[in-house]
Design a protein around this ligand. Structure first.
Ligand code: ASP
Length: 342
């Protein structure tokens, strides 16, 4: 039986740093991964590396998402799975974006990174990388990939990409997925949550990648005391196409006329407004309180329990598809890639 083949795509971030002889942090050469970590050979996986121009993930823009989607699409038939190495700061945004941009995906795309550079003795990068490769290469009894969706592996847990969030700037266990259980938990063995893992409708539909992302969107986080002037200024930005409105609790917002009128006018101008909660867990139920009902009445769409990362990237992707606005709004409210609890 042939070894599974995995393409590692390196985009940058802390995981890709090592100390040179003078002690300075310099980029790690992933082409030498098998020399650096001989234990990788025990995985019986054929590894290739595609190195992009390394950037800190704070500099990521949708053009990197498009480039990544193209690299995966170009190499799709040649590899059994993909591991994307990415800075942790915006990893959940890129991973969420890719989950929407890769239609008919039937192979694993596992994102990972590290909090401590690869070249530092105590790095978390080594374990994250090795386990991400193992997960990307894992097959079930029928020979199908165990996790044929976009996922994010960090510190012993595999998350659905579009449910993940970076919650700690300090802890090695930096990511969580509060509204969705891990797809796998890693101890002595890797225990897959098979019930939860999405499987494609067909294993051999051609992969379709998004060619366009529309970034004319804004995230507006409500806070007590937000002023009418600021709200109106944000909503009247030229060419604004979408707003991710981070509301309170189960999707509640002020009921004052100035607030509701400003939103209604934006919606009437064709701006798509999607309501998500700024709480870490739970979601939006706009029919529960008057403060939510008024949003629904002025045409705001429910983002249910989507994360901010998921709502922003889903909105950008849907706007980029240039479809009818009512169809687009309906798609925002339903789960397309497991991003919403059904
Ligand atoms: N600033 C880095 C980045 O996101 C942090 C990291 O990789 O953990 O690119």
């Amino acid at each position: 039986m042939r070894n599974p083949s995995i393409l590692i795509i390196y985009t940058g971030g802390t995981i890709g740093m090592r100390r040179d002889v003078s002690g300075i942090l310099v980029p790690f050469d992933f082409n030498t991964i098998e020399q650096e970590f001989p234990s990788v050979r025990n995985l019986n996986v054929d590894i290739s590396v595609h190195k992009m121009s390394p950037i800190d993930s704070s500099n990521v823009t949708p053009s990197l998402w498009i480039e990544l989607a193209e690299i995966i699409s170009h190499n799709y038939s040649h590899y059994d799975g993909f591991v994307v190495l990415h800075g942790t700061d915006t990893m959940s945004y890129t991973a969420s974006a890719l989950s929407f941009m890769l239609t008919n995906l039937a192979k694993p795309v596992v994102f990972t990174g590290s909090q401590i550079p690869m070249g530092i003795m105590r790095t978390d990068g080594r374990e994250n990388l090795i386990t991400a490769i193992e997960i990307a290469a894992a097959v079930d009894g029928e020979g199908h990939p165990r996790v044929p969706e976009v996922s994010l592996y960090f510190q012993n847990r595999l998350f659905r990409a579009n449910r993940s969030t970076k919650l700690s700037a300090e802890a090695l266990s930096a990511f969580d997925s509060r509204n969705c259980a891990p797809l796998a938990e890693v101890g002595v063995n890797i225990v897959y949550n098979t019930e939860l893992i999405r499987r494609p409708q067909s294993w051999d539909e051609p992969l379709v990648t998004a060619a366009e992302i529309d970034n004319r969107v804004v995230v507006l986080k409500l806070f007590p005391g937000i002023s009418p002037q600021i709200l109106r200024t944000v909503l009247s930005v030229d060419n604004l196409r979408g707003v991710v409105l981070e509301t309170f609790g189960t999707g509640n917002a002020p009921t004052a006329d100035w607030f509701i009128d400003a939103l209604r006018e934006a919606v009437e101008r064709g701006v798509v407004v999607v309501n998500i909660t700024q709480c870490q867990a739970g979601g939006v139920f706009m029919d529960m309180y008057e403060t939510g009902v008024r949003l629904r009445e002025c045409g705001v769409v429910s983002g249910s329990d989507m994360t901010t990362e998921s709502a922003v990237t889903k909105l950008m992707w849907l706007l980029g598809t240039k479809q009818d606005i009512d169809v687009l709004k309906a798609q925002l409210e339903v789960s397309l890639r497991g991003e919403i609890t059904e």
